[in-house]
Design a protein around this ligand. Structure first.
Ligand SMILES: N=c1c2ncn([C@@H]3O[C@H](COP(=O)(O)OP(=O)(O)OP(=O)(O)O)[C@@H](O)[C@H]3O)c2ncn1[C@@H]1O[C@H](COP(=O)(O)O)[C@@H](O)[C@H]1O
Length: 123
């Protein structure tokens, strides 16, 4: 069996990882000038940044609800909706995934508690 990941993951496949976020972002970018009648992403772009942010908020609330209920499958499903809409907002506002990955990388190894304590000293 090859170690390499498939070009495109099959639905339900476990042999995939977070690189799908980069692929999804590229797909979202490719829909920027598409027909809103044939693409949900294009429809979101046509509605504008404020509506996209509002939609992200709705998906966040739905994710929170599933986080409070004990239904991991529903939580995973709402999380996918949330991530998709977050990526659409990044694209709409000109944020590249690499910018966010860089932020995460910079924080690697720094405890959230230590960072918060340092912030309070300098505030
Ligand atoms: N990952 C997603 C994805 N996740 C969620 N959604 C859509 O997000 C919407 C959210 O559903 P809701 O019930 O919350 O909202 P709604 O009532 O349907 O929508 P609104 O009228 O409120 O805007 C649904 O229409 C979902 O289909 C997505 N739509 C698209 N993608 C990806 O984007 C690609 C391009 O899609 P199109 O732009 O439609 O071609 C697809 O191949 C997917 O890979």
């Amino acid at each position: 069996m090859s170690d390499s990941k498939p070009e495109t993951p099959a639905a339900g496949a476990s042999d995939w990882d977070a690189r799908i976020l980069d692929e999804l972002y590229a797909l979202i970018e490719s829909r920027r000038d598409a027909d809103p009648g044939s693409s949900y992403t294009a429809k979101l772009f046509a509605k504008g940044e404020a509506k996209i942010a509002q939609k992200l908020g709705e998906e966040a609330v739905e994710t929170v609800i599933e986080g409070i209920r004990n239904d991991p499958e529903a939580l995973a499903s709402e999380s996918a909706d949330l991530l998709y809409h977050l990526l659409v907002l990044w694209a709409a506002r000109g944020v590249r995934p690499e910018q966010v990955w860089e932020k995460l990388l910079q924080r690697k190894g720094t405890s959230g508690l230590a960072e918060k304590a340092a912030r309070n000293i300098t505030a």
